[in-house]
Design a binder for this molecule. Structure first.
Ligand code: UDX
Length: 429
């Protein structure tokens, strides 16, 4: 099938590469010419495991190409995926201007039947606006369908998530669109949920909001553990064995970050309010997430007593391991607070150093965890990279001014750390 992907970001590029790998002919379009030129030279705009090889393979096989001209993609394709960003406005509302722009451009270049599919995360009822915008701007009277096909891939495991999803959600309002989209996904073995467009849009917002709430819930329980001497790892394990609750997303820590959860929660709260419903649970989940970062900073500061002029080594900057993504990373707020209170900051991340240089000012960038630990009064674990789990703790201890480790991701065993002579503080245990 000939398909066009508009927006070569995380979702768009992974989707395009995977569809090409399944045998479809894909053209990825983006109005960022530099990005497209780089992609033509097989340079990826971000790090994602396996993506470079997959793109290279499919470009070579002539199943995947790149263009900065949307008309080129629209004219050739039967399915057009909108994968552009929906960033948050200061109010939390999703900014849908890129979606409107793409819908307008698609409309102007329509020449034969196609399906315009929203893959970006959008508030419920966006599909209706996309349909309206295309009708308003179409130059010819051409039949088209709008559909919603939300993407659930996670950064770091994006390709595997795309090719082996828990479910595929297809929101359609015509049998023809349903059949074409089902055919498109034929190579993927997963349960398919076919529903109306509004329900599909809601499945995405509700899923991400539910997962974020689950994290805030376990973080709240961790706070009770700290007040009582219970152990959050044991509590989460005991809870997770109940299949109705499930084991995943019960890791307590410094809270969620990244470009999806914070923004989707805000957007869902906002659209709910607009629809006349005050989504209190989500507001509470958001508040807990903010407090969790502040609590972590407080733990470091209490252990240091006087923060001014002390050095804190930060291990991990990306919002989670196996990505270089710094967007809404908890590390940013944590470092800002520590700096505000006079601490000197040394940082290290296995992948995110380049992106971090653009975001973090007034910190010392280190080449490895040992350099970050050298002469530090405290070492804070902010992202749970495997590299930190296996580092030489004896060496770390010798390098530090004071052997204090504040672990925001619970990667070490408290007993072992104590035996090794560390002052060790973690979350909920
Ligand atoms: C998320 C959704 O999982 C995905 O379905 C959607 O398409 C995009 O948003 P992603 O942002 O890549 O994916 O990250 P994810 O692995 O889900 O983690 C999100 C955040 O939650 C991270 O900051 C992570 O550290 C945190 N988290 C996750 C916890 O704090 N505890 C957990 O138990 C799980």
């Amino acid at each position: 099938m000939n398909i066009c992907i508009v927006g070569a970001g995380y979702v768009g590029l992974v989707t395009g590469a995977c569809f090409a790998d399944l045998g479809h002919k894909v053209i990825c379009v983006d109005n960022d010419r530099k990005k497209i030129e780089a992609l033509k030279k097989l340079k990826m705009p971000f790090y994602e495991k396996g993506l470079h090889d997959m793109v290279k393979r499919n470009v070579k096989a002539k199943r995947l190409s790149f263009s900065s001209r949307i008309e080129e993609g629209v004219k050739k394709s039967i399915v057009i995926f909108i994968c552009v960003g929906t960033p948050p406005r200061p109010s939390g509302e999703a900014d849908l201007s890129s979606i409107e722009h793409v819908a307008t451009e698609v409309a102007r270049n329509l020449s034969s039947y196609c399906i315009v599919v929203e893959k970006s995360t959008v508030p419920v009822k966006t599909g209706k606006w996309v349909e309206h915008t295309i009708k308003l701007n179409a130059r010819k009277k051409v039949k088209f369908d709008v559909a919603s096909n939300p993407e659930f891939l996670r950064e770091g495991t994006a390709i595997d998530d795309f090719l082996h999803p828990d479910r595929i959600v297809i929101g359609v309002e015509s049998k023809k669109a349903e059949k074409i989209l089902l055919d498109l996904y034929k190579g993927i073995d997963a349960e398919v949920v076919v529903t109306d467009i509004k329900s599909a849009e809601l499945i995405k917002h509700a899923s991400n909001s539910f997962l974020a709430t689950k994290i805030s819930f376990i973080n709240s329980v961790a706070n009770i553990c700290e007040r009582t001497g219970a152990n959050i790892a044991e509590v989460a394990h005991g809870m997770g064995l109940d299949t109705r609750i499930g084991k995943s997303f019960l890791r307590s820590g410094i809270g969620y970050g990244g470009f999806c959860f914070p923004k989707d929660l805000d957007a869902f709260i906002h659209i709910s309010g607009k629809l006349g419903y005050d989504f209190g649970i989500l507001k509470a989940a958001r508040k807990v997430n903010e407090e969790q970062k502040a609590l972590f900073v407080r733990k470091i500061e209490e252990a240091l007593w006087i923060v001014k002029a002390k050095t804190v080594g930060i291990l991990g900057l990306a919002f989670k391991p196996n990505t270089d993504d710094m967007r809404f990373a908890p590390s940013i707020d944590i470092i800002d607070s520590l700096k505000e209170n006079g601490a000197k900051i040394k940082v290290y991340d296995p992948q995110a150093m380049e992106k971090a240089r653009g975001v973090l000012k007034g910190v010392t960038f280190c080449k490895d965890p040992y350099e970050a630990a050298m002469n530090s009064d405290a070492l804070a674990i902010v992202t749970e990279w495997h590299e930190f789990e296996v580092m030489d703790l004896d060496r770390i201890k010798k390098l530090m001014k004071k052997p204090l480790v504040v672990d925001g991701r619970n990667i070490f065993d408290p007993q072992r750390m104590k035996e090794m002579g560390f002052e060790y503080i973690s979350i909920g245990r």
